[in-house]
Design a protein around this ligand. Structure first.
Ligand code: UDP
Length: 330
């Protein structure tokens, strides 16, 4: 592989794990991150960090200076309920910023683009598990902001010599098993992060948002995937894009099985030996009842295989990182 991989959002949660996976696989990495939600200390020192917004036209110079041949684009906003209350933030940070980045990539002749997409592009699926060819009808601005970027990539790849892989993430959780990174987001809203914060005393209780969904116990069901497995999928996807430069892909990233909120909280209680207080609350805006991946496409397309498909293991790694954050005073 001649050149570097640019990782936008490489100072954030999933991006910092992708940086580790790329470096561990022998790639050279340049991170572009504006550090609004990410942290410079989360970027492995083997990578170069450029503090810059992805929509900045100066990204073109970074691409030239570092001979960037592929971009992994993680930078963006990720909180579903916030996207409902502040949709224009999502269309700006996700859709509009991605448009500018894709333009820089095309103008500089970047060959490959890997995009952090989401299962929220499906909205409320007509069937579960949901497959890539199923209708994409987002029920919140977050999902729509990502789907619009997928549409841009589809059209750009048809018009220019660039191929792409959109990876539709289900629920990402856990932390690097070696303890090198984890979820450090301030004011996190994601369930497993919230629960391990409660288990370590950073917050008092966990709210259970909705108990009347049409699921086995009434709470929302999600397909939780270990962040390091997800990072490995990106490295495998890059290999595929390089080996077949005329082909692009949209792939679900999940394990194909779901856990309810209560099942997740049971796992956290088990792993932490703490009975976390649960408060049953109303539904949160924009939440579908159940999202589980049909993952046959990614298993067929990539040499990737899940290595950490174990809910207790995911919680264990998330907890270890939460304790490390506390030690670091963060
Ligand atoms: N959830 C919850 N309490 C929380 C955070 C999340 O009950 O403090 C529920 C949420 O309603 C959904 C599931 O947990 O059913 C996963 O939500 P999360 O925010 O982690 O991810 P999302 O699926 O929204 O991307």
């Amino acid at each position: 592989f001649d050149g570097k991989v640019m990782v936008t959002g490489g100072a954030g949660y999933i991006g910092s794990h992708a940086v580790l996976a790329l470096l561990d696989a022998g790639y050279e990495v340049v991170v572009v991150d504006n550090l609004v939600t990410g942290f410079a200390w989360a970027v492995d020192p083997r990578a170069t960090l450029v503090e810059m917004a992805v929509e900045d036209p100066a990204v073109r110079q970074v691409i030239r200076d570092h001979r960037v041949r592929a971009i992994m684009h993680f930078a963006g906003s990720v909180v579903v309920p916030e996207s409902v209350s502040d949709p224009l933030k999502y269309y700006r940070n996700n859709t509009v910023a991605s448009r500018a980045l894709i333009e820089s990539a095309v103008e500089e002749g970047v060959a490959h683009f890997i995009f952090s997409s989401t299962a929220a592009t499906y909205g409320t699926p007509q069937r579960v598990p949901v497959a890539e060819g199923d209708p994409t009808v987002p029920i919140n601005p977050y999902g729509m902001s990502k789907l619009m970027t997928e549409a841009m990539l589809r059209d750009v790849a048809a018009a220019h010599p660039i191929n792409y892989c959109a990876l539709r993430y289900f629920n990402v959780a856990g932390a690097d098993p070696q303890g090198r990174s984890g979820q450090s987001t301030v004011g996190a809203t994601h369930l497993i992060k919230i629960a391990v914060e409660a288990a370590t005393g950073k917050r008092g209780h966990v709210g259970v948002f909705g108990t009347d969904f049409a699921t086995r116990d009434g709470t929302g069901v999600r397909d939780y995937i270990h962040v390091s497995d997800l990072a490995d999928a990106h490295v495998a996807a890059l290999g595929l894009l390089v080996s077949q430069p005329a082909e692009s892909h949209i792939l679900n990233c999940g394990y194909g099985r779901g856990f309810s909120v209560l099942e997740v909280l049971d796992a956290v209680d088990r792993v932490t030996n703490v009975a976390i207080e649960r408060r049953f609350e109303g539904r949160r805006a924009g939440d579908p009842a159940e999202l589980v991946a049909d993952n046959r496409a990614i298993l067929a397309a990539l040499p990737w295989r899940p290595k950490r498909d174990d809910l207790d293991g995911i919680v264990h790694d998330a907890l270890a990182w939460e304790r490390k954050l506390a030690e670091m005073g963060k």
